[in-house]
Design a protein around this ligand. Structure first.
Ligand code: AHG
Ligand code: MN
Ligand code: MN
Length: 309
């Protein structure tokens, strides 16, 4: 069943369905750019974004692709993007606002490692984007990996769709995804080791302990694209940790368009997320590009980490 047929069989809100279709169309365009035989989209665009990060050409291309899609969508009133300082006003009277990371993991483009796109959809509200993640109406991401996969959390359920690149359609591959309650993968950038708090150090010690037969109990995996690290852990069971660091005293990942949508997908797949103090989805953001410490993954693993506090 393709994505359009799937949506037709559900009783989702028409606005949300149209947003999903726009994301699928945008994702197919990005997939094509990433897979062109010879392309000039690699590398830096030679500028920095408002977060003082180097902008890659594909960051800009992906941003423009999705802006153009949402511009024509009467349900989308405003768009907040990682790549734009201020939200972009789109369609007056639209009932939803969309926050996005158009290209996640962009430092991985040049080395042929999966990247993604992440979206969070909220109802229009006087607080604009400063709403708790729990209020999201739709959260989704696309991972451009060995296969291009679209994971959608809507109506308290998580479904995944895979791209058939010849037909240019996404097909339903997994319904009502549930993540394993336990896992053995931990994902953290240990380059930040000297910044880790005692509870994280203790948890890492726990992950690195051996069993009675002197075999390892866990395995470490860190790709450096949040979408790819999260997707693997969602399927196999694992924990992703990006704490506050000396370089990034508030954390590296952005609450509204990276952590919230991923946390929402995790929750409805039976997982858990935290900033080590609160459930991510219960935090009221104070600014649009706010960063947070982020832990997400299999319930028992996140709880084990929290037990070391
Ligand atoms: P983006 O490419 O959208 O700026 O996001 C990059 C993020 C995230 O995808 C990844 O988990 C993290 O940055 C990696 O950071 P480090 O390079 O510090 O490990
Ligand atoms: Mn990102
Ligand atoms: Mn990005």
């Amino acid at each position: 069943m393709n994505l359009r047929e799937f949506l037709k069989n559900q009783k989702y809100d028409k606005g949300l369905c149209d947003i999903i279709i726009d994301i699928q169309m945008g994702a197919i365009e990005i997939f094509s750019k990433l897979n062109e035989e010879y392309y000039d989209y690699k590398g830096s665009a030679g500028e920095k974004n408002i977060q003082n990060e180097e902008v890659q050409k594909l960051d800009i291309i992906a941003n423009n692709i999705f802006i153009e899609k949402f511009k024509k969508n009467i349900f989308v009133e405003k768009l907040l993007s990682e790549e734009n300082k201020e939200p972009i006003k789109l369609n007056m009277g639209g009932k939803y606002i969309v926050a996005m990371d158009p290209l996640d993991g962009s430092s991985n483009i040049d080395v042929n490692i999966p990247v993604g796109s992440i979206f969070s959809v909220l109802k229009k509200n006087p607080n604009d984007f400063l709403q708790k993640g729990d209020l999201q109406k739709l959260a989704c991401y696309v991972i451009y990996g060995t296969n291009t996969v679209f994971v959608i959390a809507i109506d308290k359920q998580v479904h995944s769709f895979s791209l058939n690149s010849l037909k240019k359609e996404f097909y339903l591959t997994q319904k009502k995804i549930q993540t394993p309650v336990n896992g053995n993968i931990f994902s953290i950038n240990e380059g930040n080791y000297k910044s880790f708090s005692p509870e994280i150090l203790k948890y890492l010690e726990f992950c690195k302990s051996l069993d009675l037969k002197n075999k390892r109990t866990h395995t470490g995996r860190f790709i450096g694209s949040l979408v790819a690290d999260f997707h693997r852990n969602l399927i196999k069971g694992g924990i992703f940790i990006y704490p506050k660091t000396n370089d990034r005293p508030s954390g590296q990942l952005r609450l509204i368009y990276e952590c919230n949508p991923i946390a929402y997908i995790a929750k409805h797949a039976g997982g858990l997320s935290t900033n080590l103090r609160h459930d991510i989805l219960k935090i009221t953001p104070t600014k649009n590009h706010e960063r947070v410490a982020f832990v997400v993954g299999s319930k028992n693993m996140v709880q084990k980490l929290l037990s070391f506090r």
